[in-house]
Write a protein that binds this ligand. Structure first.
Ligand code: NAP
Length: 335
């Protein structure tokens, strides 16, 4: 089994620094055959990529994980896998019953006795019931139903507010890439001071940050931006500096990749993995449709040199500041 670097979250759970993202089985990235997806997961685990990220709202993702996990449990000497899920409720009552029901639903779908990690999302900061929900989640953690209590898409101000109430948060899942470096502005410092790991998404821009788009004319139509990720991150590229600057970034990354004998995706992943407070990078996997296991395994071993970083910075310095244009982490979900 390949040596994939690990990180231990503050509640004790050890996860891979490269995680497998399952939004890609939700249906928003093209049709998915759940049986094929379950079968495809074995190759990730065999490669040492044992940590899977999903959500209650990613279509059949939790069930797919559950089926795979059920098969593993009945096998002899099966490797341990980690299932990180999210709870993304619509704003509404957040009493203990509501919260417990959501946790039990994920446990049952994922076929686990307790959740390895529950990442909580909230749509509207005006509605302060996120604090009530987190209070109950923290109690359920004390009761042993959740190992790591975590967040996704919370900004630094609310993360501070939550932590100041004595709620122990292990990680915050945020968008972080060469295009979107907002987490470095504020979030990073707070996370470092409070032993909170950032788990990142969008690090490959849904596939835009790869050789596939080097030298390509700008994709604009829905037919070209045919997954939810491609259209989401193409919007970020537009806000960041546009297609011409993005092409300069891709060719710079390609030159770095060629120096290291690796891929553009490897450079983009390693750049983010090397940032302070980043615990892991989640790479989206169209399970059973398109796999990049062997290439992505190389990411962790790339050693970016000062001249590589200098060349990359030369392009990034000419981009717009997304903190000013969009706001802090997760603000794009609240506008
Ligand atoms: N918390 C949140 O709000 C949130 C939001 C978005 C995502 N996420 C999480 O983050 C995960 C990552 O998803 P994402 O949407 O951000 O996408 P991403 O990881 O930036 O991009 C994933 C896509 O990149 C391509 N790719 C992967 N490895 C590659 C390689 N080595 N070379 C070339 N291309 C490669 C694949 O495209 P093809 O399949 O076309 O080959 C893959 O589908 C999701 O599954 C989810 O778990 C969380």
């Amino acid at each position: 089994m390949a040596q994939v670097p690990k990180v231990r979250l503050s509640g004790g759970l050890e996860i891979c620094r490269l995680l497998n993202g399952m939004w890609q089985v939700s249906g928003a990235h093209g049709p998915v055959d759940p049986e094929k997806a379950v079968q495809a997961m074995g190759a990730y685990v065999d490669a040492g990529l044992t940590s899977f990220d999903m959500a209650d709202i990613y279509g059949p993702a939790e069930e797919i994980f559950g089926k795979f996990n059920g098969q593993l449990k009945s096998a002899v000497a099966a490797p341990a896998v980690q299932g990180l899920t999210k709870w993304v409720p619509r704003p509404g009552p957040m009493d203990r019953k509501v919260v417990e029901k959501a946790v039990q639903r994920s446990m049952s779908r994922m076929q686990v006795e307790r959740l390895d990690c529950l990442q909580f999302h909230w749509w509207d900061y005006q509605d302060k019931r996120y604090l009530e929900a987190l209070g109950h989640l923290s109690d359920l953690q004390q009761d042993g139903l959740i190992c790591e209590l975590a967040l996704t898409n919370f900004d630094t101000q609310r993360l501070e507010e939550i932590v100041s109430r004595g709620i122990r948060i292990s990680s915050n899942q945020v968008q972080y890439s060469l295009i979107d470096r907002r987490p470095a502005a504020k979030m990073e410092k707070f996370c470092l001071a409070h032993d909170i790991q950032m788990l990142t998404y969008g690090t490959l821009g849904g596939g835009l940050i790869s050789e596939r788009y080097l030298g390509c004319r700008e994709p604009k139509s829905q037919a070209e931006l045919n997954t939810a990720s491609l259209s989401k991150y193409k919007n970020m590229v537009d806000m960041w500096g546009g297609w011409a600057l993005f092409q300069e970034l891709l060719s710079t990354l390609n030159a770095v990749a060629q120096r290291h004998g690796c891929s553009v995706a490897n450079v983009a992943t390693k750049y983010v993995l090397d940032q302070p407070a980043v615990g892991g990078v989640i790479v989206g996997c169209r399970l059973g449709v398109a796999e990049h296991i062997q290439d992505n395994l190389r990411s962790c071993g790339v050693g970016l040199a000062p001249e590589d970083l200098h060349a990359i910075r030369g392009v990034l310095d000419r981009a717009r500041d997304l903190l000013l244009a969009v706001g802090d982490c997760g603000d794009e979900y609240r506008k």
